[in-house]
Ligand binder design. Structure first.
Ligand SMILES: Cc1cc2nc3c(=O)[nH]c(=O)nc-3n(C[C@H](O)[C@H](O)[C@H](O)COP(=O)(O)O)c2cc1C
Length: 489
């Protein structure tokens, strides 16, 4: 059985929505390292790809391999449009995440993650992981189960305290019915659960194995907490520091600088000796994507590095090509700035916003967007006055959020990351009134590695070129040599 110690030195970070596409994960895995697909909103990604006609046939090829053909058939029937939807036609909605889940929701979630992991693993025997956000709890059981049906090797999860995941993975591997506890404002822990019964969903008992679980942590305090008890202990850690792209853990002492950005201080630096003392393997992330950083990490006793930004900028990522070109050009001429925005994300976590024209980082584009919430991945559940469950998101229309008991102060500066990140992946919704969702772009704030690659490869680079560059100073390291051996092919 695969263990965390068997995982390779380079982990290509999971980047949502679909920045860590199956094409990127496949390229990295075939090159001997851990390719990771983003597990965020894969139900939506599949439904929209099918509505766009699935031009290359990849989604339909993967669905044909889904172990329960009736489920795949229902998904195809519901979403596939031969030749694609007409220009200007809105995508049809999919079931919204909720605590009580209809069968159609779970079928789309399971097939969505199955498709991306299956495609990332197709045609080679390299290792593929899936990245999920703790904050999107309600989709976790179905998404991880679909990934597991496709043979996912590793699960990586951060943006919260992923203490229930080890047990969830054990239960899913045994095909047991799951009552997965969901955080609900105003309710006791464990009062509400997402119920997921794999055997009932599929109609038979498939053979599934438990993947390796890596918890993404930003502090040694959290790592020590998770490592203490077997029931919540991950198999290893990704230790992510503040320059990382996407969401960051909030600083221990929240403070803003004169630009209104969240600042991190020495207290936010994880103590690696303490993490090493847990005895669990760990990888370093956040401004760790250079040949020097990989060499240093291996010398210091880490298993390797998790790298985001330079892979996100590679030709294999799922960022819409025009936006990627703008990012690379801005890095090349030093005009691109990435800010640590304390308000943009409805989660309340700091979020890295790449300031690029034509995206939500521009005030005029942000203000032109009619506030609406039609996707809802980042909604949180709360108990209403009548005892029923409600859902709210600080990025939804202000009056609705306030009517649901939300604090108006939480709505200021919030962006709709669901629609914005989906637009960056090239599957933007066009609403019935004609409004086309604008992209939200994120990158890590340390662009030094990307700048070096932009100079080395002015016309752009591939994931394989990133790997060859990263390992270039560590070719004599036994861990790198092992990765370069043909044992995985
Ligand atoms: C475009 C982008 C999107 C990201 N999205 C996620 C995500 O959805 N989940 C997650 O755990 N990390 C996410 N990250 C963080 C990366 O997985 C990785 O840990 C981090 O970017 C490493 O730092 P680096 O960018 O300096 O290499 C994202 C990073 C980028 C650049």
């Amino acid at each position: 059985m695969l263990t965390a110690a068997d995982l390779p030195p380079i982990i290509q970070g999971g980047m949502g929505v679909s920045v860590s596409s199956w094409q990127l994960a496949s390229a990295v895995a075939q090159h001997g390292h851990l390719g990771v697909v983003s597990g965020t909103a894969l139900d939506l990604v599949l439904a929209r790809r099918l509505q766009n006609g699935d031009e290359d046939g990849h989604a339909r090829r993967a669905l044909a391999a889904f172990p329960e053909p009736d489920i795949a058939e229902r998904v195809l029937k519901r979403y596939y449009i031969s030749g694609g939807r007409g220009a200007g036609t809105p995508y049809s909605p999919i079931p919204r995440l909720a605590i009580r889940q209809r069968r159609a929701l779970q079928e789309l979630a399971v097939t969505g993650s199955f498709v991306d992991v299956w495609l990332a693993k197709e045609g080679h025997s390299g290792l593929v992981g899936i990245n999920c956000l703790e904050k999107i709890q309600m989709s976790t059981p179905a998404t991880l189960y679909g990934a597991r049906l496709a043979g996912v090797d590793a699960v990586l999860m951060g943006a919260g305290v992923p203490r229930t995941i080890p047990n969830l993975l054990n239960m899913l591997a045994r095909n047991e019915p799951i009552n997965f506890a969901i955080d609900v404002d105003g309710a006791d822990d464990g009062a509400f659960t997402v119920d997921f019964d794999p055997v009932n969903l599929l109609g038979y008992v498939p053979k599934v194995q438990r993947p390796v679980f890596l918890a993404i942590v930003s502090s040694h305090v959290l790592a020590l907490f998770l490592a203490r008890e077997e029931a919540i202990r991950p198999d290893g850690f990704i230790v992510e520091t503040p320059p990382a792209g996407g969401h960051n853990a909030p600083p221990r002492r929240p403070e803003l600088d004169e630009r209104g950005e969240m600042v991190f201080g020495p207290r936010d630096e994880p103590d690696l000796d303490k993490i090493a003392a847990t005895g669990l393997p760990y990888w370093l992330a956040g401004a760790a994507g250079t040949p020097e950083a990989l060499r240093e990490a291996l010398i210091q006793g880490a298993m390797g590095i998790q790298v985001g930004t330079v892979f996100a900028l590679s030709n294999d990522s799922g960022i819409r090509p025009g936006i990627r070109d703008q990012m690379r050009a801005g890095i090349h001429d030093d005009s691109l700035y990435v800010r640590t925005d304390p308000k943009a994300s409805p989660t309340g976590f700091p979020f890295k916003v790449a300031e690029i024209s034509g995206t939500m980082s521009e005030t005029s584009i942000y203000e032109a967007r009619p506030r609406l919430c039609d996707l809802g991945y980042l909604r949180t559940a709360f108990v209403k006055a009548d005892g029923e469950i409600g859902y709210r998101c600080p990025s939804e229309p202000v009056h609705m959020y306030v009517r649901k008991g939300g604090d108006i102060a939480d709505t200021i500066g919030r962006q709709c990351l669901c629609n914005g990140l989906t637009a960056t992946a090239g599957i933007a919704q066009i609403h019935a009134g004609g409004y086309l969702e604008a992209p939200v772009a994120t990158l890590g704030s340390d662009l030094a590695g990307a700048k070096r690659l932009a100079e080395k490869y002015p016309a752009g680079w591939s994931a394989i070129e990133v790997i060859n560059w990263l390992v270039s100073l560590s070719l004599d390291s036994p861990r790198i040599k092992k990765g370069l051996s043909p044992s995985l092919s």
